[in-house]
Design a protein around this ligand. Sequence first.
Ligand code: GDP
Ligand code: ZN
Length: 459
Amino acid sequence: MTRKLPIIAVATAPGRAGIGVIRISGPNLLQIAKALFQRALEPRQANLLTLRDGAGAVIDQVIAIYFSTPASFTGEDVLELQCHGGPQLLELVMKRCLELGKDQGLVIAEPGEFSLRAYLNNKIDLAQAEAIADLIDAQSEAAVRGAARSLQGAFSNDINSLIEEITQLRILVESTLDFPEEEIEFLENAQARERLATVMSKLHALREGAKQGKILRDGIQLVLAGAPNVGKSSLLNRLAGEDVAIVTPIAGTTRDRVKESITINGVPMHIIDTAGLRDTSDLVEAKGIERSWEAIRTADLVVFLQDPRSPDEAEIASTLELKAQILKALPPKCPVLEVSNKSDLLGGSKTNHSNNQALLISAKTGDGIDALKLKILELVGWGGSQEGAIVARRRHLDCLDRAATHLEKSQIFAADGNISLELFAEELRLAQDQLGQITGKLLPDDLLGKIFSQFCIGK
Ligand code: GDP
Ligand code: ZN
């Protein structure tokens, strides 16, 4: 997975822009810089230089900045070329660099390779490397702030201090292993159980934070279901309209016809309007519908919208059918929220005849929308506070879950009548391993490669 050759890539987004940055990282970049500009570069100085092709014709005026190892993003020598931001121009600059860097073995970087090198050179840990990708992909302001905090090490520091506490406990336990008759005494003297309980409650808090962090990173998959004309589109517009930020689709993905992304109180929501779920012979549409069903299978919440005024029989029947279909497809613990729309048409009574459990709203007047938003956030487990939030991934949650399981087991082996210090220590070690996988220590190479390969080129 690791190679020592210098690598090059365009670091800025594809397309036209005022400036485009090309980044080179690797050993002995000064030689390449010299070949490019016929002069030596001082580290950390902006140099306005002219880049020429083989025939001496000017390609571009660039600002070149050289960072000398180890004081760079990757920990290697890094050369950054700020060019004008035209795709053809950047292509030409790349070509020229590859030509002149040939002797040094300069090659085009693989996706995530800059971050991978930063990780391998201990510039950042794995959770921080992931936070770089999450910062770039962030879908709301809160997600940006969370990713920035993770990148600064907020998440990693908590993980590391937990690992440290478990280490201390392990040292204690393992030093007693040779004296089995003193096990009970040891546990009491060392306050091992109390310390384990503290570790467990810290892990629990960390997990809660990571759960929020996953919501910030991935957003919530919300299915909006209901009969035609109950007001699904109106509700979507109302939810989107009040929260100004309509999330743009992540680069590389096209916007779904049936999937809208908005934010509710800063939390990204991907809303699947089941109006798109009708049978169709159109192939493109059919693909979209299949994707909707996939999304429903991983939904976090379903909002069932209905008209509280008595609808006709046929409509009730077809709604129930769709409802049954969706309920069958949902993941096991997915909550379902019943909502009655068009409260403004109910007159003075404000009673909901068809379903008195349902939350009453009006997409038209905005009545009840704030309560609906709060209910949605509550049902998906959003704690409401973005203060100190981090971003987290499924991978992190899985590791935290497994760590918790091991700690619970270790607790069992510290319980009276069941004491086994050996197993106690072993479960502590396994919990520690899981935490270590979050920051990358002890993560198998193939998994590491998989994580970085999901980054985009130039990152
Ligand atoms: P959809 O088919 O479920 O997406 O429903 P639409 O959002 O297209 O709405 C159908 C009709 O109901 C439109 O004429 C809307 O203006 C109207 N409508 C939607 N919500 C409300 C509401 O809260 N009050 C009233 N009076 N009309 C509504
Ligand atoms: Zn609609």
